[in-house]
Design a protein around this ligand. Sequence first.
Ligand code: HEM
Length: 303
Amino acid sequence: MTAQTGICAEPNLHAYYLMFDIKPDGFGAVRAALAELPALWQPLQRDYPDAAFSGLVAVGNEAWDELYPVARPAELAPFPAQQEGLRIAPETPFDLFFQLRADRLDVAYIAVQGVMVLLAGKVELKDERQGFRYLDGRDMTGFVDGTENPEGEHKAEVALVGEGRFVDGSYLHVQRYKHKMARWQRLAVKAQEDIYGRTKVDNIEYESAHKAPTAHTKRTSLKDASGSSMEILRQSMPWGTAAEQGLVFVSCCNTSLHFTRMLDSMFQLDDRGHFDHLTLFTQAETGAAFFAPSQEWLVAQGD
Ligand code: HEM
């Protein structure tokens, strides 16, 4: 099978993120429309090779059964919302998620228009955000994001389901974070670095012994019972308006478990009362769980 190109895509300069709900009588028409996406996107890749365009559609947990009653990915489940005091990561389900990425904004925008025409009358647009590369791949907090992502062939091993009916599909978790920038910028650089467990300008990882138990990279580096690293592929990008900014966080994985355990580790207090201090400086405004099936699945279900 062939994975959708946006899952393992290399970092790009621009992105559009679209969230839709399907109208109650629109499911059959949307199923047929999604089958046309690979053919809609292929010319963009062919005609604008310099743009390195990639498309990705993923179907929300709540919409899956009505859209594809024939079978359901085993680990597709509601978004694992978190609440610990004032720190929250809410669940805001959406039926469809699109990630349209390219190194040219115009090409990404052509894809947006194509999706809007394809889905017209069948869906409601619920959320949209434009993502962009910030400096040398930094989050708006000023730190390089994505350094410890899996690379090369390992990317696909982490991000894609390896076997079975949903082979080459991916479990996605998407959150739109809004940063508390004024609060973050009041911190000294050393305090910011301690929160990530990495240096800011040079992006060097702290030695493990020097990482605080509250450091983001400490809280998200988890191992399973057999001692193997629990990895995800992050495809996040910054967003910003004049007044607000943050991160569209996108996790792709062959299981839902790894993201779920990481988010829990970020928000919940451990036995010594520690949690991820990054959660004091950014607020998740959305959170939704999806499955991005293979291209062949999309096409076959449209018949
Ligand atoms: C690492 C930023 C949310 C999982 C990092 C790094 C940065 C960063 C700057 C260090 C460089 C790197 O390896 O990429 C952010 C920001 C977030 C956010 C700004 C929200 C606004 C999350 C969430 C998860 C997550 C929600 C998962 C639930 C990870 C993982 C690493 C990482 C697995 C690599 C840890 C390691 O092996 O060192 N993040 N992150 N992040 N983050 Fe996040």
